[in-house]
Design a binder for this molecule. Structure first.
Ligand code: PLP
Length: 454
Protein backbone atom coordinates (compact mmCIF):
# COMPACT_ATOMS: atom_id res chain seq x y z
CA UNK A 1 0.00 0.00 0.00
CA UNK A 2 1.24 3.43 -0.90
CA UNK A 3 2.15 5.92 1.78
CA UNK A 4 1.20 8.66 -0.71
CA UNK A 5 -2.50 8.06 -1.40
CA UNK A 6 -2.75 11.22 -3.55
CA UNK A 7 -0.52 9.48 -6.11
CA UNK A 8 -2.95 6.56 -6.55
CA UNK A 9 -1.58 3.41 -8.14
CA UNK A 10 0.83 5.39 -10.29
CA UNK A 11 4.45 4.56 -10.96
CA UNK A 12 5.23 7.23 -8.35
CA UNK A 13 3.27 5.47 -5.65
CA UNK A 14 4.83 2.12 -6.58
CA UNK A 15 8.23 3.76 -6.22
CA UNK A 16 7.36 5.12 -2.78
CA UNK A 17 6.00 1.76 -1.70
CA UNK A 18 9.06 -0.27 -2.69
CA UNK A 19 12.25 1.64 -3.42
CA UNK A 20 14.72 2.79 -0.78
CA UNK A 21 16.37 5.74 -2.51
CA UNK A 22 20.07 6.47 -2.14
CA UNK A 23 20.97 10.04 -1.17
CA UNK A 24 17.39 11.16 -0.62
CA UNK A 25 15.49 12.69 2.28
CA UNK A 26 13.33 9.61 2.74
CA UNK A 27 10.58 11.37 4.67
CA UNK A 28 10.22 14.08 2.04
CA UNK A 29 10.26 11.44 -0.68
CA UNK A 30 7.13 9.84 0.74
CA UNK A 31 5.13 12.92 -0.20
CA UNK A 32 7.15 14.34 -3.09
CA UNK A 33 7.67 11.08 -4.98
CA UNK A 34 10.18 10.36 -7.73
CA UNK A 35 11.08 11.95 -11.02
CA UNK A 36 10.97 8.93 -13.31
CA UNK A 37 13.37 9.01 -16.25
CA UNK A 38 12.37 6.85 -19.16
CA UNK A 39 14.94 7.49 -21.88
CA UNK A 40 17.70 9.66 -23.23
CA UNK A 41 19.20 11.01 -26.42
CA UNK A 42 22.56 12.74 -26.74
CA UNK A 43 23.01 14.99 -23.72
CA UNK A 44 19.30 14.92 -22.81
CA UNK A 45 17.01 12.67 -20.81
CA UNK A 46 13.22 12.39 -20.89
CA UNK A 47 10.84 11.86 -17.98
CA UNK A 48 7.64 9.84 -17.91
CA UNK A 49 5.58 12.92 -18.76
CA UNK A 50 7.62 13.38 -21.93
CA UNK A 51 9.56 16.41 -20.68
CA UNK A 52 13.12 16.71 -21.97
CA UNK A 53 16.07 17.93 -19.89
CA UNK A 54 19.69 18.70 -20.69
CA UNK A 55 21.59 16.49 -18.25
CA UNK A 56 23.94 19.13 -16.87
CA UNK A 57 25.71 16.64 -14.60
CA UNK A 58 25.86 13.62 -16.96
CA UNK A 59 23.73 11.65 -14.50
CA UNK A 60 26.18 11.40 -11.62
CA UNK A 61 29.20 12.95 -13.40
CA UNK A 62 29.43 9.78 -15.46
CA UNK A 63 27.61 9.40 -18.82
CA UNK A 64 30.42 11.02 -20.77
CA UNK A 65 29.11 9.79 -24.15
CA UNK A 66 25.53 10.84 -23.46
CA UNK A 67 22.52 8.58 -23.30
CA UNK A 68 22.28 6.75 -26.63
CA UNK A 69 25.70 5.74 -27.91
CA UNK A 70 24.92 2.66 -30.06
CA UNK A 71 28.52 1.43 -30.18
CA UNK A 72 28.50 0.81 -26.43
CA UNK A 73 25.28 -1.15 -26.70
CA UNK A 74 26.73 -3.24 -29.52
CA UNK A 75 29.96 -3.85 -27.59
CA UNK A 76 27.95 -5.08 -24.60
CA UNK A 77 25.73 -7.33 -26.73
CA UNK A 78 28.73 -8.78 -28.61
CA UNK A 79 30.39 -9.66 -25.32
CA UNK A 80 27.19 -11.03 -23.79
CA UNK A 81 26.91 -13.38 -26.77
CA UNK A 82 30.56 -14.45 -26.65
CA UNK A 83 31.19 -14.80 -22.92
CA UNK A 84 28.64 -13.19 -20.58
CA UNK A 85 30.65 -13.86 -17.44
CA UNK A 86 33.95 -15.08 -16.34
CA UNK A 87 36.24 -14.13 -13.50
CA UNK A 88 39.92 -13.67 -12.80
CA UNK A 89 40.23 -15.63 -9.53
CA UNK A 90 42.88 -18.35 -9.19
CA UNK A 91 44.71 -17.85 -12.52
CA UNK A 92 41.57 -17.61 -14.70
CA UNK A 93 41.32 -14.76 -17.17
CA UNK A 94 39.57 -13.41 -20.25
CA UNK A 95 40.60 -11.24 -23.14
CA UNK A 96 38.55 -8.07 -22.48
CA UNK A 97 40.03 -7.90 -18.96
CA UNK A 98 43.58 -8.38 -20.21
CA UNK A 99 43.19 -5.85 -23.01
CA UNK A 100 41.64 -3.23 -20.73
CA UNK A 101 44.37 -3.67 -18.10
CA UNK A 102 47.01 -3.17 -20.82
CA UNK A 103 45.20 -0.11 -22.09
CA UNK A 104 44.83 1.57 -18.67
CA UNK A 105 48.44 0.93 -17.69
CA UNK A 106 49.48 2.49 -21.01
CA UNK A 107 47.18 5.51 -20.51
CA UNK A 108 48.35 6.25 -16.95
CA UNK A 109 50.16 9.57 -16.67
CA UNK A 110 52.88 8.04 -14.44
CA UNK A 111 54.43 4.56 -14.66
CA UNK A 112 51.93 2.05 -13.30
CA UNK A 113 52.40 -1.67 -13.06
CA UNK A 114 49.01 -3.40 -12.87
CA UNK A 115 45.27 -2.76 -13.04
CA UNK A 116 42.81 -4.31 -10.58
CA UNK A 117 39.08 -4.18 -11.39
CA UNK A 118 35.96 -3.66 -9.28
CA UNK A 119 32.47 -2.32 -9.97
CA UNK A 120 32.25 1.05 -8.24
CA UNK A 121 34.36 3.98 -7.17
CA UNK A 122 33.71 3.03 -3.55
CA UNK A 123 35.06 -0.46 -4.06
CA UNK A 124 38.09 0.92 -5.88
CA UNK A 125 38.89 3.22 -2.96
CA UNK A 126 38.28 0.43 -0.43
CA UNK A 127 40.73 -1.65 -2.44
CA UNK A 128 43.26 1.19 -2.34
CA UNK A 129 43.00 1.31 1.47
CA UNK A 130 43.54 -2.44 1.76
CA UNK A 131 46.48 -2.33 -0.65
CA UNK A 132 48.15 0.41 1.39
CA UNK A 133 47.80 -1.68 4.54
CA UNK A 134 48.99 -4.85 2.76
CA UNK A 135 51.96 -2.93 1.32
CA UNK A 136 53.16 -1.69 4.68
CA UNK A 137 52.75 -5.13 6.24
CA UNK A 138 54.86 -6.55 3.41
CA UNK A 139 57.51 -3.91 4.10
CA UNK A 140 57.53 -4.85 7.80
CA UNK A 141 56.01 -1.52 8.93
CA UNK A 142 52.80 -2.71 10.58
CA UNK A 143 52.38 0.59 12.43
CA UNK A 144 52.37 2.73 9.22
CA UNK A 145 48.65 2.51 8.44
CA UNK A 146 46.89 5.86 8.82
CA UNK A 147 45.35 7.37 5.72
CA UNK A 148 44.65 11.08 5.38
CA UNK A 149 41.64 12.33 3.44
CA UNK A 150 40.35 15.90 3.28
CA UNK A 151 37.36 17.77 4.60
CA UNK A 152 34.68 17.90 1.84
CA UNK A 153 36.34 15.12 -0.16
CA UNK A 154 34.11 12.43 -1.63
CA UNK A 155 35.44 8.91 -2.04
CA UNK A 156 32.29 6.79 -1.80
CA UNK A 157 30.12 5.09 0.78
CA UNK A 158 31.50 1.64 1.64
CA UNK A 159 32.88 1.51 5.18
CA UNK A 160 36.45 2.54 4.35
CA UNK A 161 35.55 4.85 1.44
CA UNK A 162 32.88 6.65 3.44
CA UNK A 163 35.47 7.09 6.19
CA UNK A 164 37.85 8.71 3.68
CA UNK A 165 35.00 10.95 2.54
CA UNK A 166 35.09 14.22 4.47
CA UNK A 167 31.38 15.07 4.50
CA UNK A 168 29.42 14.91 7.78
CA UNK A 169 26.29 13.31 6.28
CA UNK A 170 28.31 10.27 5.22
CA UNK A 171 29.58 9.75 8.78
CA UNK A 172 26.78 10.90 11.01
CA UNK A 173 24.88 8.03 12.66
CA UNK A 174 26.67 5.48 10.47
CA UNK A 175 29.33 5.37 13.22
CA UNK A 176 32.07 6.52 10.84
CA UNK A 177 34.87 7.25 10.24
CA UNK A 178 36.68 4.08 11.24
CA UNK A 179 39.95 4.51 13.10
CA UNK A 180 43.20 5.08 11.21
CA UNK A 181 41.43 7.52 8.85
CA UNK A 182 42.20 11.23 9.38
CA UNK A 183 41.12 14.40 7.60
CA UNK A 184 43.06 17.51 6.73
CA UNK A 185 41.98 20.92 5.36
CA UNK A 186 39.74 21.50 2.38
CA UNK A 187 41.66 23.40 -0.34
CA UNK A 188 38.86 25.83 -1.12
CA UNK A 189 40.56 29.19 -1.33
CA UNK A 190 37.37 31.25 -1.76
CA UNK A 191 35.79 29.82 1.41
CA UNK A 192 38.77 29.29 3.67
CA UNK A 193 41.48 31.83 2.86
CA UNK A 194 42.48 34.31 5.51
CA UNK A 195 42.46 38.08 5.08
CA UNK A 196 45.08 39.08 2.50
CA UNK A 197 46.11 35.49 1.76
CA UNK A 198 46.54 34.73 -1.96
CA UNK A 199 46.16 31.26 -3.46
CA UNK A 200 49.83 30.38 -3.12
CA UNK A 201 50.05 31.51 0.49
CA UNK A 202 46.85 29.56 1.21
CA UNK A 203 48.38 26.46 -0.43
CA UNK A 204 51.54 26.86 1.69
CA UNK A 205 49.44 27.11 4.86
CA UNK A 206 47.52 23.94 3.97
CA UNK A 207 50.72 22.04 3.18
CA UNK A 208 52.15 23.16 6.53
CA UNK A 209 48.96 22.05 8.25
CA UNK A 210 49.25 18.63 6.58
CA UNK A 211 52.86 18.38 7.72
CA UNK A 212 51.85 19.31 11.27
CA UNK A 213 49.19 16.59 11.25
CA UNK A 214 51.72 13.99 10.07
CA UNK A 215 54.17 15.09 12.76
CA UNK A 216 51.50 15.04 15.46
CA UNK A 217 50.39 11.54 14.51
CA UNK A 218 53.97 10.35 14.02
CA UNK A 219 55.25 9.93 10.45
CA UNK A 220 55.92 6.26 11.17
CA UNK A 221 52.11 5.80 11.52
CA UNK A 222 51.00 7.68 8.39
CA UNK A 223 50.76 5.56 5.24
CA UNK A 224 48.87 7.47 2.56
CA UNK A 225 47.07 10.62 1.47
CA UNK A 226 44.07 10.46 -0.86
CA UNK A 227 42.83 13.29 -3.07
CA UNK A 228 40.54 13.99 -5.97
CA UNK A 229 42.41 16.35 -8.33
CA UNK A 230 39.23 18.47 -8.37
CA UNK A 231 36.83 17.75 -5.50
CA UNK A 232 33.53 16.89 -7.15
CA UNK A 233 30.67 15.91 -4.89
CA UNK A 234 32.03 18.17 -2.12
CA UNK A 235 31.20 21.21 -4.27
CA UNK A 236 33.50 21.30 -7.33
CA UNK A 237 36.57 22.63 -5.58
CA UNK A 238 39.49 23.38 -7.86
CA UNK A 239 42.81 23.31 -5.99
CA UNK A 240 44.58 26.64 -5.54
CA UNK A 241 47.80 27.31 -7.47
CA UNK A 242 50.83 25.31 -6.20
CA UNK A 243 48.70 23.24 -3.80
CA UNK A 244 49.54 19.75 -5.10
CA UNK A 245 53.19 20.65 -5.63
CA UNK A 246 53.49 21.64 -1.96
CA UNK A 247 51.41 18.76 -0.63
CA UNK A 248 53.44 16.23 -2.62
CA UNK A 249 56.70 17.64 -1.22
CA UNK A 250 55.34 16.92 2.28
CA UNK A 251 54.25 13.39 1.29
CA UNK A 252 57.69 12.61 -0.16
CA UNK A 253 59.41 13.91 2.97
CA UNK A 254 57.52 11.47 5.21
CA UNK A 255 57.34 8.53 2.82
CA UNK A 256 53.55 8.81 2.51
CA UNK A 257 51.87 7.31 -0.56
CA UNK A 258 49.59 9.36 -2.80
CA UNK A 259 46.27 7.92 -3.97
CA UNK A 260 44.66 9.94 -6.78
CA UNK A 261 40.90 9.45 -6.86
CA UNK A 262 40.15 9.97 -10.55
CA UNK A 263 36.58 8.67 -10.32
CA UNK A 264 35.17 12.00 -11.59
CA UNK A 265 38.28 13.63 -13.06
CA UNK A 266 39.46 10.65 -15.11
CA UNK A 267 38.95 10.37 -18.87
CA UNK A 268 38.84 13.95 -20.02
CA UNK A 269 36.70 15.76 -17.49
CA UNK A 270 39.37 18.37 -16.61
CA UNK A 271 40.54 18.78 -20.21
CA UNK A 272 43.35 16.18 -19.95
CA UNK A 273 43.00 12.40 -19.88
CA UNK A 274 43.43 12.47 -16.08
CA UNK A 275 43.06 15.21 -13.49
CA UNK A 276 46.50 14.15 -12.25
CA UNK A 277 47.92 15.55 -15.50
CA UNK A 278 46.04 18.84 -15.19
CA UNK A 279 47.29 19.39 -11.63
CA UNK A 280 50.70 17.63 -11.68
CA UNK A 281 49.93 14.71 -9.35
CA UNK A 282 52.36 11.79 -9.33
CA UNK A 283 50.27 9.12 -7.62
CA UNK A 284 51.33 5.68 -6.41
CA UNK A 285 47.76 4.41 -6.75
CA UNK A 286 44.99 5.70 -9.03
CA UNK A 287 41.31 4.85 -8.73
CA UNK A 288 38.86 5.41 -11.58
CA UNK A 289 35.28 4.52 -12.58
CA UNK A 290 32.31 6.44 -14.09
CA UNK A 291 33.54 7.70 -17.50
CA UNK A 292 35.64 4.53 -17.84
CA UNK A 293 32.49 2.97 -19.35
CA UNK A 294 30.50 6.18 -19.80
CA UNK A 295 28.52 4.48 -16.98
CA UNK A 296 26.81 2.13 -19.44
CA UNK A 297 28.08 -0.77 -17.32
CA UNK A 298 29.45 -0.64 -13.75
CA UNK A 299 33.24 -0.80 -13.67
CA UNK A 300 36.08 0.69 -11.65
CA UNK A 301 39.82 0.21 -11.76
CA UNK A 302 42.74 0.61 -9.38
CA UNK A 303 46.15 1.17 -10.93
CA UNK A 304 49.15 0.39 -8.73
CA UNK A 305 52.83 1.24 -9.05
CA UNK A 306 55.46 -1.47 -9.35
CA UNK A 307 56.62 -1.22 -5.69
CA UNK A 308 53.04 -1.73 -4.48
CA UNK A 309 52.51 -4.63 -6.84
CA UNK A 310 55.81 -6.21 -5.70
CA UNK A 311 54.72 -5.91 -2.06
CA UNK A 312 51.46 -7.68 -2.95
CA UNK A 313 53.48 -10.47 -4.57
CA UNK A 314 55.60 -10.84 -1.42
CA UNK A 315 52.58 -10.93 0.89
CA UNK A 316 50.55 -13.31 -1.28
CA UNK A 317 53.52 -15.66 -1.51
CA UNK A 318 53.86 -15.62 2.27
CA UNK A 319 50.13 -16.10 2.90
CA UNK A 320 49.45 -18.36 -0.07
CA UNK A 321 46.96 -16.10 -1.81
CA UNK A 322 46.21 -12.43 -2.51
CA UNK A 323 42.96 -12.62 -0.56
CA UNK A 324 41.07 -9.79 -2.23
CA UNK A 325 38.74 -9.67 -5.23
CA UNK A 326 35.09 -9.34 -6.18
CA UNK A 327 32.93 -11.77 -8.16
CA UNK A 328 32.65 -8.98 -10.69
CA UNK A 329 36.33 -7.91 -10.67
CA UNK A 330 36.74 -7.28 -14.38
CA UNK A 331 33.29 -8.32 -15.56
CA UNK A 332 33.86 -9.08 -19.26
CA UNK A 333 30.81 -7.12 -20.45
CA UNK A 334 31.92 -4.05 -18.48
CA UNK A 335 35.47 -4.44 -19.81
CA UNK A 336 34.20 -4.72 -23.40
CA UNK A 337 32.14 -1.54 -22.94
CA UNK A 338 35.14 0.24 -21.39
CA UNK A 339 37.36 -0.72 -24.33
CA UNK A 340 34.79 0.65 -26.79
CA UNK A 341 34.40 3.80 -24.68
CA UNK A 342 38.16 4.42 -24.71
CA UNK A 343 38.25 3.80 -28.46
CA UNK A 344 35.54 6.42 -28.98
CA UNK A 345 37.42 8.94 -26.79
CA UNK A 346 40.47 8.43 -28.99
CA UNK A 347 38.71 8.45 -32.37
CA UNK A 348 36.69 11.58 -31.59
CA UNK A 349 39.52 13.21 -29.62
CA UNK A 350 37.03 13.92 -26.86
CA UNK A 351 39.68 15.08 -24.40
CA UNK A 352 40.58 17.96 -26.71
CA UNK A 353 36.87 18.54 -27.29
CA UNK A 354 36.29 18.73 -23.51
CA UNK A 355 39.06 21.32 -23.31
CA UNK A 356 37.57 23.50 -26.06
CA UNK A 357 33.93 23.21 -25.13
CA UNK A 358 34.90 23.37 -21.44
CA UNK A 359 36.54 26.76 -22.00
CA UNK A 360 33.23 27.93 -23.45
CA UNK A 361 31.31 26.62 -20.42
CA UNK A 362 33.70 28.32 -17.97
CA UNK A 363 33.53 31.56 -19.92
CA UNK A 364 29.74 31.50 -20.15
CA UNK A 365 29.27 30.72 -16.45
CA UNK A 366 31.88 33.35 -15.59
CA UNK A 367 29.43 35.99 -16.80
CA UNK A 368 27.31 35.28 -13.73
CA UNK A 369 30.12 36.49 -11.43
CA UNK A 370 28.46 39.91 -11.30
CA UNK A 371 25.07 38.44 -10.38
CA UNK A 372 23.98 39.50 -6.87
CA UNK A 373 23.41 35.90 -5.75
CA UNK A 374 26.70 34.51 -7.04
CA UNK A 375 29.74 34.38 -4.77
CA UNK A 376 32.10 32.29 -6.85
CA UNK A 377 32.19 30.62 -10.27
CA UNK A 378 34.89 27.98 -10.44
CA UNK A 379 35.88 25.08 -12.62
CA UNK A 380 38.24 23.58 -15.16
CA UNK A 381 37.52 21.72 -18.38
CA UNK A 382 33.95 20.42 -18.33
CA UNK A 383 33.39 20.58 -14.58
CA UNK A 384 32.17 23.72 -12.86
CA UNK A 385 30.51 25.03 -9.73
CA UNK A 386 28.53 28.19 -9.09
CA UNK A 387 28.35 29.08 -5.40
CA UNK A 388 25.50 31.24 -4.17
CA UNK A 389 25.93 33.64 -1.26
CA UNK A 390 23.61 35.72 0.88
CA UNK A 391 26.12 38.58 0.84
CA UNK A 392 28.68 38.96 -1.91
CA UNK A 393 30.96 41.32 -0.01
CA UNK A 394 31.29 39.22 3.14
CA UNK A 395 30.85 35.80 1.45
CA UNK A 396 28.09 35.17 4.00
CA UNK A 397 26.44 31.82 3.15
CA UNK A 398 22.68 31.37 3.09
CA UNK A 399 20.93 29.77 6.03
CA UNK A 400 21.15 26.05 5.12
CA UNK A 401 17.48 25.67 6.06
CA UNK A 402 16.56 27.78 3.02
CA UNK A 403 18.04 25.19 0.65
CA UNK A 404 18.75 27.91 -1.88
CA UNK A 405 20.79 25.79 -4.32
CA UNK A 406 18.16 23.02 -4.18
CA UNK A 407 15.48 25.59 -4.98
CA UNK A 408 17.53 26.88 -7.90
CA UNK A 409 17.99 23.31 -9.13
CA UNK A 410 14.20 22.94 -8.96
CA UNK A 411 13.72 26.07 -11.07
CA UNK A 412 16.39 24.80 -13.47
CA UNK A 413 14.46 21.58 -13.86
CA UNK A 414 11.41 23.68 -14.74
CA UNK A 415 13.50 25.25 -17.51
CA UNK A 416 14.65 21.84 -18.77
CA UNK A 417 18.07 21.37 -17.25
CA UNK A 418 19.23 19.01 -14.51
CA UNK A 419 21.93 20.38 -12.18
CA UNK A 420 23.33 19.14 -8.90
CA UNK A 421 22.83 21.22 -5.74
CA UNK A 422 25.69 20.72 -3.25
CA UNK A 423 25.26 22.91 -0.19
CA UNK A 424 25.04 26.40 -1.73
CA UNK A 425 26.76 25.34 -4.93
CA UNK A 426 25.31 24.17 -8.24
CA UNK A 427 27.47 21.53 -9.88
CA UNK A 428 27.89 21.27 -13.67
CA UNK A 429 29.47 18.28 -15.37
CA UNK A 430 27.72 17.67 -18.70
CA UNK A 431 28.50 14.76 -21.01
CA UNK A 432 31.83 15.24 -22.79
CA UNK A 433 30.04 15.08 -26.16
CA UNK A 434 28.16 18.31 -25.48
CA UNK A 435 28.31 20.75 -28.42
CA UNK A 436 29.07 24.48 -28.10
CA UNK A 437 25.43 25.25 -28.92
CA UNK A 438 24.23 22.89 -26.20
CA UNK A 439 26.61 24.53 -23.72
CA UNK A 440 25.05 27.90 -24.59
CA UNK A 441 21.56 26.48 -24.14
CA UNK A 442 22.48 24.84 -20.81
CA UNK A 443 23.87 28.12 -19.50
CA UNK A 444 20.91 30.14 -20.82
CA UNK A 445 18.48 27.85 -18.99
CA UNK A 446 20.58 28.11 -15.83
CA UNK A 447 20.44 31.90 -16.15
CA UNK A 448 16.64 31.82 -16.29
CA UNK A 449 16.57 29.66 -13.15
CA UNK A 450 18.93 32.06 -11.39
CA UNK A 451 16.60 34.94 -12.24
CA UNK A 452 13.67 32.94 -10.83
CA UNK A 453 15.60 32.50 -7.58
CA UNK A 454 16.43 36.19 -7.18
N1 PLP B 1 35.23 8.92 -5.72
C1 PLP B 1 34.73 10.02 -6.27
C2 PLP B 1 35.63 11.17 -6.55
C3 PLP B 1 33.37 10.09 -6.59
O1 PLP B 1 32.86 11.21 -7.11
C4 PLP B 1 32.55 8.97 -6.33
C5 PLP B 1 31.11 9.01 -6.66
O2 PLP B 1 30.56 10.02 -6.98
C6 PLP B 1 33.13 7.85 -5.74
C7 PLP B 1 34.47 7.85 -5.46
C8 PLP B 1 32.29 6.66 -5.39
O3 PLP B 1 31.92 6.00 -6.53
P1 PLP B 1 30.65 5.01 -6.51
O4 PLP B 1 29.45 5.85 -6.28
O5 PLP B 1 30.72 4.38 -7.88
O6 PLP B 1 30.89 4.02 -5.43
Amino acid sequence: PSTAPHLGNSIASRDIASLLHPYTNLKAHESVGPMVITGGRGVTVVDDAGREYIEGVAGLWCTSLGFDEPRLVEAAVRQLRTLPFYHAFAHKSHEPGIELAEKLVALAPVPMSKAFFACSGSEANDTAVKLVWYYNNALGRPQKKKIIGRIKAYHGVTVASASLTGLPNNHRDFDLPIDRILHTDCPHWYRFHEEGEDEEAFASRLAASLEALIQREGPETVAAFIAEPVMGAGGVIVPPRTYFEKVQAVLRKYDVLLIADEVICGFGRTGAMFGSETFGLKPDIMTMAKALTSAYMPLSAVLVSEPIYRACVTESEKIGVFGHGYTYSGHPVSCAVALETLKIYEERDLVAHARTVGARLQEALGRFRSHPLVGEVRGVGLIAGVELVADKATRQPFDPKLGVAARLAGFAQGHGVILRPIGDTLGFSPPLIITPEEVDELVARFGRALDDTT
